[in-house]
Design a protein around this ligand. Structure first.
Ligand SMILES: [Zn+2]
Length: 364
């Protein structure tokens, strides 16, 4: 059974709070499934918008679904494509369009057109074998005007209802699935910076009924600060028995802030992208999350050239167990692929240990 502390899925439980690295295209860059397992990471987020283009849905099915294809046997959350449509189409309208029917877009460097409707998004996510399926939503930026936010909320509610109906048709009403652990269906709360719209959206989605919810829209303001007030308010709108996913939140300090508000699930490409760029995450003390508990280590810094120290004395990852800052600095300078892998392993292990510290704080 699901408690407020975990989510039981066909490929295992997610223990909260949980950070899910983005393996958007079916891979977490530079590491394979065994590498990720070795960090203790509990699950991954993959993305329909990208996967339906490459390698393509029929290819994924021919390769046995996402778990089989990627060799990852722990939970997979699939994102619906709403956020990607927002980032691609709202910023470059020539690349596609949004209507009440759904989203149409062109693949980068190709004439081929793709259509993503709420029904199709659910269909693909179920066929890919996802453990958590997310409703297609109409995503906005907090700076968009109120009319845009209003339209996006109306569309998000209407699409979520269509997603629910399609999910019920494919999964709930399908005979023979009674004994299985069914995929969970999450809906996304939109509304930008308007409390009124957030409330309307949450109420309507709760009335339709989902297994969990997500905070939708870009979670940072123009200066890169977390939208604390709106995140807090959205958590208040969703009853505590439902898990709430802070979509796109992955900066360690933001994860801690959102976990304190009551968010349980997080995903972002930030920790792995930062790793590849040489920005490594470190704790400043053996335990706890108080004071200045977190620090970036920039491996490019010349002060590391002859350092025999590991990235972090408080890390037990394969990289810190075996390699010095000096060696990693060298690998980074010569742009060796091994650096990407070792740095990614370290930042992922950091995120996994951050979960433990948050749990300890919660239990304490
Ligand atoms: Zn490490």
């Amino acid at each position: 059974m699901d408690s407020g502390q975990s989510l039981t899925l066909a490929h295992g439980d997610l223990h909260f709070p949980v950070f899910l690295p983005d393996g958007t295209r079916g891979v977490v860059r530079a590491v394979d499934s065994s590498d990720i397992e070795s960090t203790g990471i509990q699950g991954l987020v993959m993305n329909v918008f990208h996967l339906m283009q490459r390698p393509g849905s029929s290819t994924i099915q021919a390769l046995g679904g996402l778990h089989q294809m990627s060799g990852w046997q722990r939970p997979i959350v699939t994102d619906s494509g709403g956020f990607q449509a927002y980032s691609v189409i709202r910023q470059e309208p020539q690349k596609g369009s949004l209507s009440n029917k759904g989203i149409t877009f062109r693949r980068e460097g190709s004439k081929r057109r793709y259509h993503l409707t709420p029904e199709k998004s659910i269909n693909l996510q179920i066929n890919y074998g996802a453990d958590v399926v997310i409703c297609l939503d109409d995503c906005t930026h907090v700076d968009d005007d109120l009319e845009t936010q209003q339209k996006a909320v109306e569309r998000t509610i209407a699409w979520a209802r269509r997603c629910r109906a399609e999910y019920d048709r494919l999964v709930v009403n399908k005979k023979g699935m009674e004994s299985e652990i069914l995929p969970k269906l999450f809906a996304v709360v939109q509304g930008g910076g308007s409390r009124e719209l957030r409330r309307q959206c949450a109420e309507q989605l709760l009335e339709t009924g989902f297994d969990g919810y997500g905070y939708g829209g870009w979670p940072l303001d123009g200066e890169g600060n977390l939208l604390v007030e709106m995140l807090n308010y959205t958590r208040e709108l969703i009853p505590a028995e439902f898990p709430l996913h802070a979509l796109g939140v992955g900066h360690p300090e933001n994860v801690v802030a959102c976990a304190k508000m009551g968010y349980q699930m997080f995903d972002s490409a930030l920790p792995t992208r930062d790793a590849r760029r040489g920005r490594l995450f470190t704790f400043t003390a053996e335990t706890g999350l108080t004071g200045n508990w977190f620090r970036f280590l920039y491996i490019n810094d010349e002060k590391h050239i002859r350092s025999p120290e590991p990235i972090s004395e408080f890390c037990d990852c394969p990289t810190c167990t075996k390699y010095s800052r000096g060696y990693l600095h060298h690998l980074f300078k010569i742009n060796d692929h091994l650096f990407f892998r070792l740095a990614t392993l370290h930042n992922l292990r950091f995120m996994r240990r951050l979960e433990d510290r948050l749990r300890a704080q919660h239990d304490g």
